[in-house]
Design a protein around this ligand. Sequence first.
Ligand SMILES: [Zn+2]
Length: 276
Amino acid sequence: MDFIEVYYSPQQVSCPESSSPSPRKPAWVVADWMAQGLPVRIVEPVPTRCEQMALAHAPGYVEGILSCRLMNGFRGRQQDVADSLPWTCGSFLSAARGALNNGLVACSPTSGFHHAGYESGYGYCTFNGLMVAALTLKAEGKVRRVGILDCDQHYGDGTAEIMQALKIDWIRHVSREYGSADDAGPFVDALPEVVRSFADCDLLMYQAGADPHINDPLGGFLTTAELAERDRIVFSAAKALGLPVVWNLAGGYQEPHSRVLEIHRNTMAAGVAQYV
Ligand SMILES: [Zn+2]
């Protein structure tokens, strides 16, 4: 590959009053990667349609969120958040298609998916773009099995809830709530085998969260170097399996946000080192 495809539109950015920088992060990371001269190509995503989002969520919930009648994952009813959601889900779905098409990797600079359940959202998550993408691709016959490797600091409870609600047995979901720095060694040591456990999947969705960083106010067990090693292992092990990877940003709450951007930059650099 000559570059890593990044499925980004300014329309996926929103600016709710929130302690989370995540809705602003897509523009920041893209600007950072370009400024650093990383070999990325920006590709315009296709926004998801209501019926695609309703594959993973109750139709009434989808309608209520998009019309600002129901509270979103930021505990508000902001129009700009509602307007951004088809674009964040669409960025992830489009990137997943990109990874399937090139057989290697694609990036969606998105966050805010894994706490969104079948008809509820919290923790800065409104719609579960992971599940929207998986269910859309499954309905189209593009995938048989999908893997979700959720390396955010926090458990993907919304993902698990949707899988349970819809009785889904064709997604392998690996996610947990992480603890102290004592978890770091075992986590990194186990990771190659964890990635190999997705060998029978057609696509791996990798949430490369920045909030497991040891200095993150909502996280805390991996150093910057250990996070970079995490990314290196995921990409190299998936590539060895011939398993396409679509990856996104997920959480990251350090101040100033340049510290979060550094972690996401390292993930992109790990992808570049492996695939470009
Ligand atoms: Zn998190």
